[in-house]
Write a protein that binds this ligand. Structure first.
Ligand code: 5AD
Ligand code: SF4
Length: 443
């Protein structure tokens, strides 16, 4: 019988990318994907440690996986349970103590060993394998060739972060910044396009600090890479995420004017609008630095839509600090954004700072911020009604005969469309809009 695998992905786009690469490895081993965890011989949870909630959720999922494993055993079926991702890196040996039925645990820089590890577990059932080494080798050198899963693919060009924002676990879970060489990225980009991708989203924890070497050993920046990738025939859309405001240089801003394939949407997290808080966060930019970058981007491409991440209730945040955040939102008028209550992460400097904010206050501030953000997002979406937008259809919709895709601005759009339009870019007239999605008719 063909063995099946099930991967559940938590957290960011980098995890989605990593999960896809693990899927390719398992397929090469002859396993087939299943959406039903009960059918799976290999179950993998690719985890996120960014906020407490995400990290804790994994353990309830693991508990459930163990129950399913026991039920399958009654039917004489074996199940391998694996955990990968940032929780593994952060919890290390603890994860095997807390979930002793886990067969293997691989950190985000070590999953290139997946094949050998799964094989070893298949052969020697009782072992609990753990690998959280912060290796000097690049995992990308050991992964099999990537292939496109749909019309839109992620491509990791950089990993890790040297910024050490005081709230953030990333430098501890993904390690220091590493940029992949230019030729490696181009090779993977071409392959993804050859296998069906029309859109590439270049990923990195701090993507615009990219400084990979070209074939002659010279360091190249993100702008150089974007220009090279834009030359790939058949590729129609390019995005990159997530950017750090202090590392947006003029070359990159020029790309938004000159590269027509670059989508008019940029996720540029500010986190807080208060200089005092930004300083405590160890961000290398002020509120004005940030607003200047946004102005330059809008000058380069007047149609650009901005997105951001925000944290409310960071230690010491006063009402005035919070007002400054609202003020930035009113200036930039984000078309989309993510906002979070500050979550104390063990081992990070902010976790032990004075002035921790009460949950009640965090909750109130988050509500106020989200109401404001949603009002701008809704307005942007409503203003789209009547316009014709190019949409890349990525999935089947909830209703029969419907497809769901994305506009250049990352808005979700659903329309009645034949499934032959799946993974194609099509002109659609927007007919209706709400806070989170658009509907339209295919032209
Ligand atoms: N608490 C709340 N939000 C956080 N983020 C990162 N660390 C924390 C934390 N400790 C948010 C930031 C980041 C996004 C990925 O998650 O806004 O940009
Ligand atoms: Fe975390 Fe982003 Fe700061 Fe890096 S740049 S430490 S990922 S918030």
């Amino acid at each position: 019988m063909v063995k099946k695998y099930f991967i559940k992905t938590f957290g960011c786009q980098m995890n989605v990318y990593d999960s896809n690469r693990m899927a390719v490895m398992l397929e090469e081993m002859g396993l087939k994907k299943t959406q039903n965890q009960r059918d799976a011989d290999v179950v993998i949870f690719n985890t996120c440690h960014i906020r407490e909630k995400a990290a804790e959720k994994v353990f309830s999922d693991l508990g459930r996986a163990y129950l399913i494993k026991q039920e399958r055993e009654i039917d004489g079926k074996d199940t391998i349970i694996g955990v990968t991702g940032c929780v593994v890196q952060a919890e290390d040996k603890e994860i095997l103590k807390r979930a002793p039925y886990v067969d293997f645990a691989l950190g985000p820089l070590r999953y290139f060993r997946l094949k050998e590890v799964v094989e070893e577990v298949f052969n020697e059932r009782e072992k609990q394998l753990l690998d959280t080494e912060f290796s000097a080798v690049s995992k990308f050198d050991f992964l099999p060739e990537n292939k496109s899963e749909s019309g839109c693919s992620y491509l990791a060009i950089q990993e890790g972060c040297n910024n050490f924002c005081t709230y953030c676990v990333v430098p501890y879970t993904r390690g220091v910044e590493v940029s992949r060489p230019v030729e490696d990225v181009l090779h993977e980009a071409r392959r993804l396009v050859q296998t069906g991708s029309l859109e590439l989203n270049l990923l990195g924890q701090n993507v615009n600090s990219y400084h990979g070497e070209d074939a002659s050993g010279r360091e190249r920046n993100l702008a150089y890479l974007l220009n090279k990738i834009a030359e790939i025939d058949g590729l129609q859309r390019i995005r990159y995420t997530t950017s750090y405001p202090a590392d947006v240089d003029d070359d990159l801003i020029r790309c938004h004017k000159e590269i027509s394939k670059l989508m008019p949407y940029l996720h540029l997290p500010i986190q807080s609008g208060s200089d005092a808080i930004l300083k405590k966060m160890n961000r290398r930019h002020t509120r004005d630095d940030y607003l200047r970058v946004v102005d330059k981007l809008k000058e380069a491409n007047p149609n650009i839509g901005m997105s951001s991440d925000f944290i409310v209730g960071f230690p010491g945040e006063t009402d005035e600090d919070f007002q400054q955040t609202l003020d930035v939102v009113n200036r930039v008028k984000y078309i989309q954004a993510f906002s979070f209550k500050y979550s104390r992460r063990p081992g990070t400097p902010a976790a032990v700072m004075d002035g921790q904010i009460e949950e009640k206050v965090k909750k109130e501030r988050l509500q106020i911020l989200q109401d404001l953000l949603f009002s701008y997002q809704t307005k942007f979406n409503k203003d789209s009604v009547g316009k014709v937008m190019s949409v890349l259809f990525e999935n089947k919709g909830r209703h029969k005969g419907q497809l769901v895709g994305r506009t250049p601005y990352m808005q979700n759009l659903h329309a009645e469309a034949d499934s032959s339009l799946l993974n194609k870019i099509v002109d659609v007239r927007v007919t209706d809009a709400s806070t989170n999605s658009l509907s339209g008719e295919v032209l």
